[in-house]
Every structure is written in structure tokens, then in C-alpha cells.
Ligand binder design. Structure first.
Ligand SMILES: [Zn+2]
Length: 503
């Protein structure tokens, strides 16, 4: 972590603030009297003072912990942990949440926070004499926050619609909002959706239609954040919540658990009890007119997925003595929903879809295993969109394309094997690590169409990046293909042992 004062102002300002605020320069450094606490002021917010947390901690003699991966910093103030996360206006103080007038910004391995608002948050926790420098009133912060109210409104309508399998909230905006600027929280029967940089129109209509679990909508504007509060009829599982952005609409979907009919649940329960993992469904991704991703050397994803699947089939049959059903055994095109339909009718007990990842950057590499669920990261969402794009080949044949929101709700309602799938994905990552050894990109969840509807634990393995020259070559080699097949075979063995032992 580098302290602000060690860096030249210009070098420091430019990249960080172009990133954070567009081109709203200039910003200016101020050096304040005897405390030597350096702050930056931002023209954008009427010279509201920002401070690098690292600098503030040093100034107050506080210990810190910083995670570059999570872009999160913890300040230890007295006995209290104060957690700040980049791009987030919420500060966690032990298990309490507080809100800053503006989000914290990431800048060069440090986080910037509005100085006075943040100082007020930690002042009651501080042991020792509070420095004169920080005794300024928070008036400046609130003035700046209020001044933002002169911005033009960009949130114009909120519509809540009850659907058969859940509730869909459409927040109509006049500009797209990055996913990271939308956050949610639940508290005492209310769901709060915070939109950083939002400004709600004073006459924005709100409506609730159909049988919805949302009973009331209340918009509140505080500084740079629009907070939409939704009173809920009953508690929902926060993990099932999904947010997606479609152009100028922010979609928030709240699936209702009861959409899975009780008879189906009973059957599932019975199935679970007599569950024996005896049939494995292998789904080599893509095929026929859908080549999948194509590597810089011309390797097609559809070829690799089939080659690995055929090797894996042999291994499973030979070493585990289990039945293997393949969704395709040659270069043919098969629709996504047909793949899971085949798996279900074959009474498969595990569904494994094999794929190769691709990225615009040729440098990106490694293995990721996905299971079905609402995407938690932008990267996971991108990969899902890429793999789902096969639907465009289906439409040539008159296949049905569900709208994305419908898809998201269905996906979550049907995912009765969430925990098993997650556990299985974890095992696969471990085995891939130890037997293939490509960089570990971890387990992720996302809404893959091919996984929707599979009535069994299901995963999608992105074995490696075909867009990376080195991994493209590895994927094409029989030796690596065999290692991957072996890793997945081992995973099935481990999963079977664990699952059948009684979970
Ligand atoms: Zn694929």
C-alpha cells in the first residue's frame, strides 16, 4: 500500500480520477497545517475533501488490513473493526452498517473516502485525543451532498410486477448504471436497493401489479445515492435475489420458493433418499454449426469438448463402472434445452457440461467450474452470456428464446440441487488443480441455460482458456486432455462417495 504523500500529485490524480469520475478534473491537493494529513479535493463535488484510508490510519496511528483482491480495507479503531469496500458507500462497523454520502473509491492500492463524513463515523470509537484537524463540522460534506441534488434526475419509474414464479422490479433510468453501483440489503421486512449516482425524479411513478411480495415502495434521495425501499410481505432468501442491467433498466428479481409445486418437491425428496449415482451425463459443449469459441491457432471449442468427453466416458466406464450418457458423440448441433431433457430422460444423476473459456485478453488463463445460480460477479455473468449465446443458432431452427428475466427466475426456482452442485464444483476445482495444474479461478455461479432444468446436481467446467495460446495448445494435446478427463473422473468418484454416504 502506498501512502498518498509519496506519490506525485499528477501521476496520482490522473489515472485514479479519470477512472472514478470520468474527466472531471482538475483535482487539487491540500496540505493542511501541522497534522500533515494530505487530502484530495474534487472539483466535481464542490471541493469535498477525500482522504486515502492508509494516510488517515497512519495519521491516527491505527492498524489496518488491506486486501487488494477484494479492494477492502479494515481499520482497527479501539476494539472495533471498520471495513471499507471500494465502490461502496456502506461501511461495516463490527456488525453494524453505516453509510457515507459518497462511495469509497479505489485508487492505487488504497481507498479514498470522504474525509469528514468518515471521520465522524470513527470518532466515537477512537481512543485518544481527536486531532484538531478533524474537528471540522461535516457541513462541507452535507453541503456537497445536497448540491448534488441539482443534478438532473436519472431514475424515472419503478414498476413492480408479480409473476407466476416470483416478483420482478423494473427500475427505469435515463442512463445505464454499472452493476457495481447497485447494492441491496435486507432489514426487518424491508429490502433496500441503493443506486450510487442515482437521482430520482420527484414525480417518478411507482406501481405494483399482480400478486407480488412487494407491498410498498418508498424512494429516498440522500446525496449521491438513491435508496429505493421495498416493504416485503415475507422474508426472502437474499441468495436468491438477482440484479441485472439491461440498457436503461435495472432489473431486480425476487423468486418465490413456492413455485416448485409440492408434488415435485415430494418427488425430489423421495428421489434424494433412494439416490444412487449410477448414471453420469456428459455434455460436450457446442457442436455442428455452433463451433463455440475459436482459439488464436484455429482450435474450435466444440472439438476439444468432444475429445475430452470421449476420454472421460472411457475412464468412468472402466474405473468406476458407471453408466455414461453423452448428449452428443459426434459433431452435431443439439439445442441447450434438449441436452438437459436428454439427461433427465436418461435418469442421469450428475450432469457435467464441458467447455473452454474465452476472453478478449489473450493473457487470461485457468480453470473455472460453474454451477447454476444468479451470477455474483461480472466475470461470471460474461461467461454465462457467452455460453448462452448459442441460442442464436437455435433460433434459426425456430427454437424458443425465453426473455432473460423469465430465464433468471426459472433458473433459480428449478435449482433444487444448489448445494450438491456447488460441492461438486468445488471438488472438480480441487482435482483439476492437483492433476492438471492450470491456474485456479475458483468456483463461480451463473445462469447457464444448459444447466437449467437438469433434475440432478449439475456443473459446467470451463477447462481452460482457448483464447490463450499456451492453453489452446494444452487443450489440443492428448496428454492434457487425458489429465483433465482423469481429474473429472476422480471428482465423480469423490462426489459419489460423499453424496451416497448420506447428505
Ligand atoms: Zn462453451
Amino acid at each position: 500500500m502506498r501512502a498518498l504523500s509519496k506519490i506525485l500529485p499528477c501521476l496520482y490524480c490522473l489515472p485514479a480520477f479519470i477512472f472514478a469520475f470520468g474527466l472531471n478534473l482538475p483535482c487539487a491537493f491540500s496540505q493542511s497545517g501541522k497534522g500533515e494529513l494530505r487530502t484530495v479535493t474534487l472539483a466535481q463535488y464542490r471541493n469535498l475533501e477525500y482522504v486515502a484510508l492508509g494516510d488517515l490510519a497512519a495519521y491516527l496511528n491505527l492498524r489496518t488490513f488491506y486486501s487488494e483482491k477484494a479492494r477492502k480495507m479494515i481499520l482497527y479503531v479501539g476494539d472495533t473493526e471498520v471495513k471499507v469496500t471500494a465502490m461502496n458507500p456502506f461501511v461495516q462497523i463490527d456488525d453494524r452498517m453505516a453509510q457515507l454520502p459518497y462511495e469509497a473509491h479505489y485508487a492505487d492500492e488504497d481507498l479514498l473516502v470522504p474525509l469528514h463524513a468518515f471521520a465522524e463515523l470513527i470518532r466515537p470509537l477512537y481512543r485518544g485525543t481527536w486531532p484538531e484537524r478533524l474537528k471540522k463540522s461535516t457541513a462541507r460534506d452535507s453541503t456537497s451532498a445536497t448540491s448534488s441534488l441539482t443534478r438532473a434526475p436519472n431514475i424515472v419509474k419503478i414498476a413492480v410486477e408479480g409473476k407466476t414464479n416470483g416478483t420482478l422490479i423494473r427500475i427505469q433510468t435515463t442512463q445505464p448504471f454499472a452493476r457495481r453501483h447497485v447494492s441491496t440489503r435486507f432489514s426487518r421486512g424491508w429490502m433496500y436497493v441503493d443506486i450510487v449516482g442515482g437521482k430520482i425524479a420527484s414525480n417518478a411513478p411507482t406501481s405494483i401489479q399482480g400478486a407480488s411480495i412487494v407491498k410498498e415502495v418508498r424512494p429516498v434521495q440522500t446525496g449521491m445515492v438513491t435508496q429505493l425501499s421495498f416493504r416485503l410481505e415475507k422474508e426472502i432468501d437474499a441468495n436468491q435475489l438477482n440484479i441485472s442491467n439491461q440498457g436503461n433498466t435495472i432489473l431486480v428479481s425476487l423468486p418465490t420458493q413456492e413455485v416448485v409445486p409440492e408434488a415435485v418437491l415430494r418427488n425430489l425428496e423421495m428421489d434424494r433418499q433412494k439416490w444412487r449415482i449410477d448414471t453420469i451425463v456428459l455434455d460436450p459443449g457446442h457442436g455442428g454449426r455452433d463451433p463455440g469459441a475459436i482459439g488464436p491457432g484455429g482450435t474450435k471449442e466444440k472439438e476439444i469438448t468432444l475429445q475430452v468427453a470421449l476420454r472421460l466416458k472411457k475412464l468412468i466406464e472402466k474405473e468406476l463402472g458407471l453408466r455414461v450418457v453423452m448428449t452428443r458423440e459426434n459433431d452435431t448441433f443439439i439445442k441447450l434445452d434438449e441436452r438437459t431433457a436428454m439427461a433427465n430422460s436418461a435418469q442421469g444423476k450428475v450432469f457435467i457440461s464441458l467447455h473452454c473459456n474465452a476472453n478478449k485478453s489473450r493473457r487470461v488463463d485457468g480453470t473455472t467450474t460453474y454451477f447454476l445460480g444468479p451470477a455474483k460477479t461480472d466475470e461470471a455473468l460474461e461467461v454465462a452470456l457467452l455460453e448462452n449465446s448459442v441460442v442464436k443458432y437455435e433460433n434459426e431452427n425456430g427454437g424458443t428464446a425465453h426473455s432473460d428475466e423469465e430465464f433468471i427466475l426459472t433458473a433459480m426456482a428449478q435449482n433444487a440441487f444448489h448445494h450438491e452442485s456447488e460441492g461438486f464444483a468445488q471438488i472438480i476445482q480441487e482435482e483439476m488443480q492437483s492433476l492438471v495444474g492450470l491456474p485456479d479461478r475458483g468456483v463461480e455461479q451463473a445462469g447457464f441455460r444448459v444447466l437449467v432444468g437438469a433434475s440432478m446436481p449439475n456443473v459446467l467446467v470451463e477447462m481452460a482458456f482457448i483464447s490463450n495460446r499456451k492453453e489452446e495448445q494444452l487443450l489440443g494435446s492428448g496428454e492434457t486432455q487425458q489429465k483433465i478427463a482423469r481429474a473429472i473422473m476422480h471428482s465423480i468418484k469423490r462426489f459419489k462417495e460423499k453424496y451416497e454416504q448420506g447428505s
